[in-house]
Every structure is written in C-alpha cells, then in structure tokens.
Ligand binder design. Structure first.
Ligand SMILES: [Zn+2]
Length: 335
C-alpha cells in the first residue's frame, strides 16, 4: 500500500511498520519509521518544518500524534531530531530516547547546528572556483538555515522547540526498548556521528540503521561530530547483522546488507589508496586531492559535493592520525 501526499507519504513495509517519507531542504527525503504496537514508537522525527506533515501522515495511517509513546533519535542531525524537539512541546507524554551522552555533550543545540553550518560553508567555499560562486552557494544554504531559525522564533513560546536535547530514556549498547510485541536492541554505531545508534529486532530480523548505510557513503565531518575510523569499525561490527533487513533513514530498504556494506568498505579502501597515491605526486590542498580522486572539478558535480569533501578530509585526518602516511602533514597544505 502506498499513499502519496504532496507534503509527505507513507508505505506499509511490514505488518506493523510504516515508512513515512518527509521532505527536507538539506539532503534526500527523510524516512521515519512508525512501529505500530502497544506503545507506538517513531524512529527519528524528521526536520522541524516537516513536523506538521508528520502529524498529518500519522493521521492518514490512522494514529494521532497523541498516541505516540516514544520517539527514538538515531543521531542528533537536524533532519532527524529537530522535528521531535518541536513535537515534544506539543505532546507532553512523548518520551524521547537517544544516546546517553547526547544531552551532556550538546549543551546547546543551536550552537551545535551552527557549527555544522560553519563547516558546511567552509566546504562549499573550497568546492567553488570563484568567490562569487561560493558566496551564492553559501547564501542558498544560509537561506535554509535561516528558515529554521525563523521557524524557531515563530513558535508559540510554550511550543518552541527545545534548545536542549532532552533525552527521557538515555540508551547504551544492548539496552532493550520494548513496544509490546517487539523488542529493539540498541546498537552503538558511531562514525557518521559519534552519537549514532541503530536498533535491531532480533526475532523479526529488522535493523533500523539511520544514516549508517544510505546508498552513498554518508557525510563524515571530522571537525564536527564524525569520525572515519569509528565509521569503519562500525561497518565491521554491523556485518554480523547481514541476515537482517536494513531500514535506512534515506533511500531504499536494504535486503542484502552484506553486499552494501562490502561495497562501502571497498569504496573507502579505494578512496584511501587513491588519496595516498595522489599525495605522493605533489603537495595538494583538499580541493586538489578531491579533483584527482573524482577526476573532475567539484563545481561541475552535483550539489552534494561538499559531502564528498567532508569525507575526504575525514580520511586525511585518519591517515595522519594513524601515521600511515608520514609525509601527509607536510604535503597536505591544510595541516
Ligand atoms: Zn546524519
């Protein structure tokens, strides 16, 4: 069954699982999963401005927002958590669940998101050839960011999104969330974000993987909240769930995760090797390394090029940290 709505849609993917798709300005549409059990659970909550659509799609499914018991955050990125931070003000009894360190590690959510904006602006600047081009891209991005801020200001004070991430039920590895019929085991899956969690339902072989495996390699911002080495370890770790169905936060469900994980691992190995090779040729900055790697100018590529730059920088940081390439520090001009 698939119901299309201009501002959101849903699809029933298992007996009690609904995949809700909502738009967002920064990346591919978000998937939010509804587990329709005794204690209804939402896995992620979408972007703040799609909060209203989430309520509407839930109604179309036949459940009101008031009936939702839990919202689980896979990680604190704006397109996963800001909807929930808003909804929490509307529905008092919703309990939020997320990484046990989220509230303490991110004392002010606005500052955390602002740091992401600054890093993205830096990558946009590197990816453009001319100043005017980069200014335009940064401005476009700023408009999206500003619409978030404006929306925040517009809210009724009682119903403003929280500026602190409140986690009612802090979660660690192997904790269990029971919704009634279903039990979800918490798996710590850091890398894309250091607070990234996934959920595994062992009887039904469901794995809710957030942004871990999303078709492309996800963004890793080393100077913000990502870590390439952790991401690699996580890929090794989740191979043990390769007989599960993976339900990602963006893109299609993955019914052969082993193959997908292997492809990502292989791609990363190739990128890492190419970086080392390119650095042995002559000194380069991040942009030049990226051009060599992807054989082309960043400005001719798609809009999400800054995500590739972030990933390459994370790999460079990991290589220098591991001292795999002793001379990187000298050759790579940014460090
Ligand atoms: Zn993310």
């Amino acid at each position: 069954m698939k119901v299309q709505k201009s501002s959101g849609s849903f699809k029933q993917i298992e007996k009690d699982i609904y995949q809700i798709t909502l738009p967002q300005p920064f990346y591919l549409d978000n998937h939010i999963y509804l587990i329709l059990d005794e204690k209804p659970l939402l896995i992620d909550s979408g972007y703040i401005e799609s909060g209203i659509y989430l309520a509407k799609v839930l109604k179309d499914i036949g459940i009101s927002l008031n009936k939702i018991k839990y919202i689980f955050y896979t990680h604190p990125h704006i397109d996963h958590i800001s909807g929930g931070m808003l909804l929490r003000g509307y529905v008092d009894h919703i309990k939020t669940l997320g990484h046990y360190l989220l509230s303490t590690d991110i004392p002010n959510y606005m500052n955390y998101v602002h740091d992401w904006y600054k890093e993205t602006a830096r990558f946009l600047k590197i990816s453009c050839k001319t100043k005017s081009e980069s200014e335009k891209k940064i401005n476009d991005f700023k408009m999206d960011w500003n619409s978030y801020l404006t929306n925040l200001q517009k809210q009724n004070p009682r119903k403003r999104p929280d500026e602190i991430i409140y986690i009612d039920i802090p979660l660690k590895e192997n904790d269990i969330i029971s919704t009634g019929k279903y039990n979800f085991k918490v798996i710590e899956t850091p890398g894309h974000s250091k607070w990234h969690l996934s959920l595994a339902e062992e009887n039904y072989k469901w794995f809710f993987s957030g942004d871990l495996i999303i078709g492309n390699i996800p963004a890793i911002y080393h100077n913000w909240d990502g870590n390439f080495n952790l991401f690699r370890n996580t890929l090794d770790k989740v191979l043990q769930y390769s007989n599960y169905n993976f339900f990602p936060a963006h893109g299609n469900a993955i019914n052969n995760p082993k193959k997908e994980i292997r492809i990502v691992q292989k791609s990363l190995a190739i990128i890492e090797k190419s970086i080392l090779r390119s650095l042995s040729i002559k000194p380069k900055n991040l942009r030049e390394v990226s051009e060599l790697l992807f054989s082309g100018k960043p400005e001719n590529k798609e809009d999400n090029w800054f995500i590739a730059l972030a990933l390459i920088e994370s790999i460079l940081k990991s290589l220098t940290a591991k001292k795999l390439a002793k001379e990187i520090k000298n050759k790579y001009q940014l460090y």
